[in-house]
Design a protein around this ligand. Sequence first.
Ligand code: LMR
Length: 394
Amino acid sequence: MFEQLLPAAKDPILSQTLACQQDKRAHKLDLGIGVYRNNQGVTPVLSTVKIAEQRLLATQDSKAYVGLAGCERFNHAMMDFLLADNSSKSRAVAVQTPGASGALRLLADVIKLANPDTTVWLSDLSYANHAPIMKTAGLSVAYFPYFDHDTKAVNESAMLATLSQLGKNDVVLLHACCHNPTGADMSMEAWHSVTDMAIQQGFLPFIDIAYQGFGEGMDQDAAGLRYLAERVPSYLMASSCSKNFGLYRERTGLAVIAAPTLSQSECVKSRILECARSTYTMPPDHGAAIVRTILEDAELKNQWLAEVDQMRGRIQGVRKALVQSLQISTNSHHFDFIADHKGMFSVLGIDPAQVDRLRTEFAIYLVDGGRMNVAGMQTQDVEYFAQSLAQVMI
Ligand code: LMR
């Protein structure tokens, strides 16, 4: 049966985690996979998550199946949280999924069912798992210009020029905030332009929101997507609770479908549930139960928001410290852009050989392509990192 089967290619992100775990050097720095670490190097269980878990332990009286769409209270609480008072909520429906990757895959499956000729347009660069998910669902993938390697910002005019050519057979996958891998976010003006184009040209916006609260704030990070959602006839959205609730291993995500009418959205949802049934049937419950416990309790929710503020503040502090240290170690302003980037990641603009040298000579692990997880760095390591990076730049 398996004689002809070749082994899988290495995952560009997960393979670095593994390699770093196996590295015996004490001073190693794991700046690959996107997990937040506090200044002690720990990815903590949030205190509000602990409180929610204690409540669940005390009150949960059954482990019976919940349903194909997961917990509807979680779905509603998340929709309210993501969309606030957005009018699109009246025609949107949601499904709980195993992480946002699960949401991306189910939404890709339903796009394939609805229109097999769809091309999904990804930003160049984009999250390493976007193309594999879309392609595994049988969809074609193409790229629109996004990251300007010289300015380390979004090349919005090039992006909009490509998007202006798209139409009804196209889906445009946008990162709501804290762009993965680059850290460079679209301006509000660009969100306005993409919204107008989606309305006029008929392409379908597909929003991935995985880092809400890690950029500028909970509402600020959702402003672009809310503007768009308010105006376009249809959109899809994949949302993750991995980062802002720290629920990585609980695989807690949400797929949102907004079609022109509620009954169309319900129809799409029924096909998504059919895909879920033939894949994993039901999503795991624990993470969703935690999230709804927090979001449904005003006091607990405020405590959680403060915890996210703290994580964001630390990331911003590391960004500033990195810029200062890199100014000294490189005697230049070459890396000042790190302070302008948002969220966990920055693409540093170094070549594969330099990434490799950081790994082999200095035990510093980035993702190939030079993505650094800023949120994984402790302030005590900033100087070592800056000096090592300066060394490989020579
Ligand atoms: C990342 O980009 O590092 C995270 O989203 C983890 C993952 O699943 O790829």
